[in-house]
Design a protein around this ligand. Structure first.
Ligand code: GLU
Length: 589
């Protein structure tokens, strides 16, 4: 999602900001721009489409300080006029997030005679800044944020100040110190290679940054220190890929993620406390969005088997508006890859306010959700760049497996380690990934079908295919097929049937029979040799996956279907790393 990079230092800002914007590209965006300050003048360049479109314009952007932005439109179409930065007299700003009261503010400013050049909610910020300024950029920005409702990360330039100011509420901002100068960014990956150390701003902090100095103020404008730590992570952008696409690289890291997550939880010092909380819980509520929610579906099954109390998986965007009832004995487990997902954060806070104990499961240790949680469980996937989540889902599943087997933790870790070996055997080059991807690409719609946990995997496999190939797809329980969906089955529709549980396999075979008798296309993905043997010759494709115990089969089946989605995108000529209209780390509500 939208990104910010800002710089004040000794080198030409345009080149540094451009490089920073390239590092932020993976988050998904529709336009990009930057402002630099040189010789007391601000120069702004912005373009719709890729960051590369800015390259020919950079020669005009002078100066050693500036702000840059990749926009993911929320208000106003994705066009050059709406791209950030937005200027007003000697001021320029970039904004991540949404200003909920922008219409009122805009009306007020128009009545005062201001002209607006974009349809965005963000442009009011720069107008207000111009009107509030009376000699101190940080104080003016603080006054402006006092008038805003919504969420923001803002970076601001003023033509007579050789530096920039930043503010945050609800959207992350990190400050970085490096040899070439000082930085601000919305994401640590944009600082890799630029800054050696960084700090995370707290809610409502304001910072004033020059080449020499970083000053941070809290929400009451009192000077505060925020702890600096080393910048970690891999370089994003083309350099970090080392593979045809990030999606392929990251699916290839599924096994490594399982092992790293097992190792981290093996040495987790608060395991007993967590188990005691879960054992005495009156209810466990799991919440997340998108793929993280799909991981919660599997987590809910595993936890309910172990702990016996009611366990409910809730979509975070729904739970925040219509929260489930919680008590002081309820444990809420909030799952977010980035730890910044706005809906998940809000849902988690709502449940915590209701009394629940909040455990977060996240891949980013310094993220917003970790700061509001009673306990943090790490997903050790490493930086995930592809917009479509793959290895982080596998890591989330590993966390759920481990916390749902406290009595047999060591043997569960041994099991996951051997399942990780099987996951490593799967490749996108394999014949079946290609054949099933071809069937998907040639179909009008694709249904992913399963029972029990295979259904949960079906839901995630369907999301993955939709995200990167734009083929209509849905995940559904095999038992539901006859309650409506069979009406859609014909030779142009593919059903991918996942079968990994010997106990319900025959019921799934019944579903296959019903589809075949309506001349629907069928691909079977199974870990059971007998199913492959009986269905192999009768369906369009049958992928026999490595045999693993049913309760851990999701690691294998989900990986296989991630590879299918990846190949389907390639067959359709799409870039799986940058799906249209989607963004990584969804920090707007
Ligand atoms: N709401 C702002 C806009 O639509 C900012 C969106 C973003 O975070 O990129 O321009």
């Amino acid at each position: 999602m939208c990104g910010i990079i800002a710089y004040a230092g000794s080198e030409r800002a345009a080149g540094i900001l451009y490089e920073g914007l390239k590092k932020l590209e993976y988050r998904g965006y529709d336009s990009a721009g930057l402002s630099t300050l040189g010789g007391g003048r601000i120069t702004t360049v912005k373009r719709v489409g890729r960051v590369e479109n800015l390259a020919p314009l950079l020669k005009d952007a002078e100066g050693c300080c500036g702000i840059g932005h990749t926009r993911w439109a929320t208000h106003g179409e994705a066009g050059s006029a709406n791209a950030h930065p937005h200027e007003y007299g000697p001021f320029s700003i970039v904004h991540n997030g949404m200003i909920e009261n922008y219409a009122e503010l805009r009306a007020e400013l128009v009545a005062l005679g201001d002209a607006f050049f974009s349809q965005t909610d963000s442009e009011v910020i720069v107008h207000l800044l111009g009107r509030e300024y009376s000699g101190d950029l940080a104080a003016a920005l603080h006054a402006v944020t006092g008038r805003l409702k919504g969420c923001w990360a803002i970076a601001a330039l003023y033509a007579s100040f050789n530096g920039f100011a930043v503010a945050r509420r609800g959207s992350p901002v990190l400050l970085g110190r490096g040899r070439r100068g000082n930085f601000a960014a919305s994401d640590m990956s944009a600082l890799v290679g630029f800054a050696e150390s960084c700090c995370v701003l707290e809610e409502d902090d304001i910072a004033l940054v020059t080449a020499e100095e970083i000053a941070v103020f809290d929400g009451a404008m009192r000077p505060v220190e925020r702890p600096f730590r080393p910048v970690e992570g891999e370089a994003g952008g083309e350099d970090g890929k080392g593979c045809a696409h990030y999606m392929l690289k990251e699916i290839g890291q599924n096994a490594r993620t399982m092992r790293a997550t097992c190792a981290a939880l093996a040495s987790f010092s608060r395991s007993e406390e967590l188990t005691a909380r879960l054992r005495s819980a009156d209810k466990i509520v799991l919440t997340g969005c998108g793929t993280a929610y799909n991981a919660c579906l599997i987590g809910a099954r595993l936890l309910e088997w172990e702990y016996g109390c009611p366990v409910r998986a809730c979509i975070a965007g729904e739970a925040r508006c219509d929260p489930p009832r919680v008590t002081r004995r309820t444990v809420c487990i909030a799952v977010s890859q980035s730890g910044e997902t706005a809906d998940t954060l809000r849902a988690a806070l709502t449940l915590r306010e209701g009394g629940a104990y909040l455990v977060s499961v996240t891949n980013v240790g310094y993220s917003a959700i970790t700061r509001v949680s009673d306990m943090v469980l790490p997903v050790c996937a490493g930086p995930e760049v592809c917009v479509a989540a793959t290895k982080s889902y596998i890591g989330q599943l590993a966390v759920f497996h481990l916390i749902s087997s406290p009595r047999t933790a060591a043997s569960r870790r041994a099991l996951l380690s051997s399942v990780a070996d099987r996951v490593e055997e799967l490749t996108a080059e394999g014949e079946y990934a290609r054949t099933i991807a071809r069937l998907c690409a040639d179909s009008r719609a694709v249904f992913f079908i399963g029972r029990g946990a295979d259904y949960d995997v079906a839901v995630e496999a369907s999301l993955k295919l939709r995200e990167v190939s734009y083929i209509f797809s849905a995940g559904m329980p095999a038992s539901e097929l006859k309650h409506g969906t069979l009406a859609l089955v014909d030779p142009t529709v593919l059903s991918v049937v996942i079968i990994s549980d010997g106990g319900t396999a025959e019921k799934c075979v019944n579903a296959v029979e019903q589809i075949l008798s309506r001349r629907g296309k069928v691909a079977v993905v199974t870990t059971l040799p007998r199913i492959a043997e009986s269905l192999g010759g009768r369906v369009d494709a049958c992928w026999l996956l490595p045999c693993v115990p049913a309760h851990a089969s999701a690691f294998v089946t989900a990986t296989a279907l991630q590879l299918v989605a990846y190949r389907a995108a390639l067959l359709l000529g799409l870039d799986p790393d940058k799906p249209r209209n989607l963004a990584k780390s969804v920090t707007v509500e």
